[in-house]
Design a binder for this molecule. Structure first.
Ligand SMILES: *Cc1c(COP(=O)(O)O)cnc(C)c1O
Length: 496
């Protein structure tokens, strides 16, 4: 039975809300601002509630199922963080309020800047960028500004390994740099010979993800850093996936000059459809002056001032050679409040446990499936994720996409498919630290069951999903011809 669409329930004049009598004088809006043509359904509150609840249940979410989407770190976000972000003293602030009236929020930002700098071993942090890719663009603009400031204007190339996240070359190109791709070696590390061959005085830097998107720790990262620095370049770290390293290794101490974090991955802010992101950027001492502002600092002199609360005063400041603003106001503040709460609740030992468990869980799943699913780097321990292949010699017709669709029938969100590009039929699996052994075992059992089905009854796998509200979609057409709203009229069939 198909459920009624909200538009079918529309009755002229039906309302879902009762507005109070206005306590200000009545005023007619200018007629030219009003439209009669908007085909909005007129329905009651319960109709609206059911409509949206139904839509939410048609989706797979971290709150309903394991969501092992590699590289995205879809982990559980403790609800206490939501309470913190909604505290009236934070949520009702106006971004143009005078600094003297928002000292609590500035304290939180100052502390978060310090925590993030400490966690990854850097000198300073800007909380402005609104996402990982935005943090990349920020970091690259900082690198470019640093070279230019030294009168070194011909450094226009960014070296990027072929395992990189797609945002890395995109951000580099957006910053006006020429992207040079480096191959990976058989163990999943960046190919050192290729790196050496490309390093010269036109290189702005190397942009590298560690652990990389194969889930492998770069075994020669210190040598890589030295080579890049000896050539006058800078080392950019894509720190979107810091949940492999918390409390274990500090990129700033390994030799990275600049790095972004994804608060909406590592530090528990919900992401995807769940809200805006946050991609703070951290830098080494020599890049501090180029950070985008405003940054929060202790007002010089006020450290000694034992004020009413025994706290110093905080002020906004713009670093001396700042690349400028990257975002309006103070960034996505709600995300900062969530990350702050997450870090404070865990503390040093707790954050280390986060990474230890993230790595343990990924290795557990890898170890349990690697005799069935080919894993190119399966002889190595992985970090927080690993990349298997969704293909079997004895089931040639079945592909990674089929396996992913079939997983939905077992009530698991599919892993990342066909990325990284260098692994054919890639299934990139990141279980995260928030899953129990029972859940991981159920997930592994499903993967093994699907592998058996692929051989014995491949049709079931190729036709999956069988239980989802929609079956296989034409994903290319869905992306190219987006339909974002329903209309009263049934949509005319699209030609071709
Ligand atoms: C998610 C991710 C990014 C991009 O972050 P967004 O917030 O989606 O822009 C960059 N690099 C890696 C490795 C990632 O996993």
């Amino acid at each position: 039975m198909t459920e009624p669409l909200i538009y079918d329930l529309s009755v002229p004049g039906r309302k879902g809300a009762v507005l109070p009598e206005p306590d200000v004088p009545h005023y007619d809006l200018p007629a030219e601002l009003l439209r009669d043509s908007l085909p909005l359904p007129e329905v009651s509150q319960i109709d609206v509630t059911r409509h949206f609840t139904r839509l939410s249940q048609m989706n797979m979410a971290i709150d309903t199922n394991l969501y092992p989407l590699g590289s995205c770190t879809m982990k559980y976000n403790p609800r206490i963080n939501e309470d913190v972000a909604r505290l009236a003293g934070f949520a009702n602030l106006h971004p143009l309020q005078d600094a003297a009236t928002v000292q609590g929020a500035m304290y939180l930002m100052y502390q978060l800047q310090s925590f993030l700098a400490e966690i990854a071993g850097f000198a300073a942090v800007s909380l402005q960028p609104a996402a990982g890719a935005h943090g990349e663009l920020t970091g690259i603009l900082i690198m470019r500004a640093y070279h230019r400031d030294r009168g070194d204007g011909k450094r226009t190339k960014m070296l990027i390994p072929d395992s990189a996240h797609g945002t890395n070359p995109a951000s580099s190109a957006m910053a006006g740099l020429q992207v040079v791709q480096l191959p990976s070696d058989a163990r999943g590390n960046v190919d050192l010979a290729a790196l050496r061959a490309h390093l010269d005085d036109t290189v702005c830097g190397l942009m590298i993800t560690n652990p990389n998107t194969l889930g492998m720790f770069e075994e020669h990262i210190e040598e890589v850093a030295k080579l890049v620095h000896d050539a006058g370049g800078l080392l950019y770290g894509d720190g979107a996936n810091m949940n492999a390293l918390l409390g274990i290794a500090k990129p700033g101490e390994i030799g990275f000059d600049v790095m972004h974090y994804n608060l909406h991955k590592t530090f528990s802010t919900p992401h995807g459809g769940g809200g805006p992101g946050s991609g703070p950027v951290a830098v080494a001492e020599r890049l501090k002056d180029f950070l985008p502002g405003p940054i929060v600092r202790v007002q010089p002199g006020s450290e000694l001032d034992d004020g009413e609360n025994g706290l110093p005063l905080y002020e906004w400041f713009q670093p001396a050679k700042s690349i400028g603003r990257m975002r309006a106001f103070a960034g996505n503040f709600g995300m900062l409040a969530r990350a702050y709460a997450y870090i404070r609740i865990h503390g040093e030992a707790g954050l280390r446990a986060v990474s230890q468990n993230a790595v343990l869980n990924a290795n557990y799943v890898q170890a349990r499936i690697k005799h069935i699913y080919p894993i190119p780097q399966g002889d190595r321990h992985c970090m927080h994720e690993f990349v298997a292949q969704g293909r079997f010699e004895d089931a040639p017709g079945v592909r990674a996409l089929d396996i992913s669709k079939r997983l939905m029938d077992y009530h698991f969100h599919p892993p990342t498919n066909y990325f990284p590009l260098i692994v054919p039929e890639a299934l990139m699996i990141e279980p995260t630290e928030t899953e129990s052994k029972q859940t991981l075992d159920q997930f592994v059992d499903a993967l093994l069951a699907i592998a058996a089905e692929a051989k014995d009854s491949p049709g079931i796998v190729k036709d999956a999903p069988h239980t989802a509200p929609l079956r296989r979609l034409d994903e290319v057409r869905a992306a190219r011809e987006l339909v974002l709203c329903c209309t009263f009229e049934p949509a005319a069939p699209v030609e071709g």
